[in-house]
Ligand binder design. Sequence first.
Ligand SMILES: O=C[C@H](O)[C@H](O)[C@H](O)COP(=O)(O)O
Length: 262
Amino acid sequence: MSSDLSPIDKAKFVAAKRAAQFVEDGMRVGLGTGSTAAWLVRCLGEMVRDDGLKIRGVPTSSRTAQLARDVGIEVISLDEAKWLDITIDGADEFDGELNLIKGGGGALLQEKIVATASDQMIVIADIGKEVEHLGAFPLPIEVIPFGWQTTQALVEETLISMDVLGRSSTLRMNGDRPFHTDEGNYILDLHLNRIGNPRQLSLVVNQMPGVVENGLFIDICDTVVIGYGDGRVEVRDINEGTVATERLDFVESDNLFSDLSD
Ligand SMILES: O=C[C@H](O)[C@H](O)[C@H](O)COP(=O)(O)O
């Protein structure tokens, strides 16, 4: 029930609810992954059910695909869609230039492919995700399992020489086994110092053999919709700075709140 939601969940919900208004009839929509994106999928599902919105969704993970189907959104593959009108996704951090760290849920690879194949990427986030400089959140990189320790050593050595690595990197675990991405790869979480030059870091990391992709999203996000715990929503567009600060009416809807599972 909404009254039981923490301020942070309310913030995620109102950001998602506002961002859903960017979605129009007939659009092909990239559906993000994570707790904030799950709100978006539910909001879109409600619009499909109650308002007759017609969209086709391209999920960025098996989790999101399942949720989208559960709420009645038609799911197609990226190759079927070929190109997307819009992608809406969460983030672990965003800075003033709308550069992002993503991948806290391990879906960064599909998320980056889908967002890059979209006319517009909108990030939805609670205000706690805003940072002055990226890097406090450990940067996830997806690596192939073959020789992963050798890849890890190369990554660490390179980042230490660039004075970027703070402590070390850790293999993401799922219980006592390595976490597997939807592609069957591993995730290394890099504990970094403040990232001074995210663009350079992204290029360097992606050049290393064994690295599939990293969680830095540079020049991909156009707009961020920020939610606050009291129901305020702020929309920021990269070209125009802060374009609007608006309040969204917080509508309590039992069926929307009661079955949140992500
Ligand atoms: O891999 C996961 C994604 O990048 C998520 O969008 C990101 O971790 C944010 O997730 P949440 O909305 O749960 O904080």
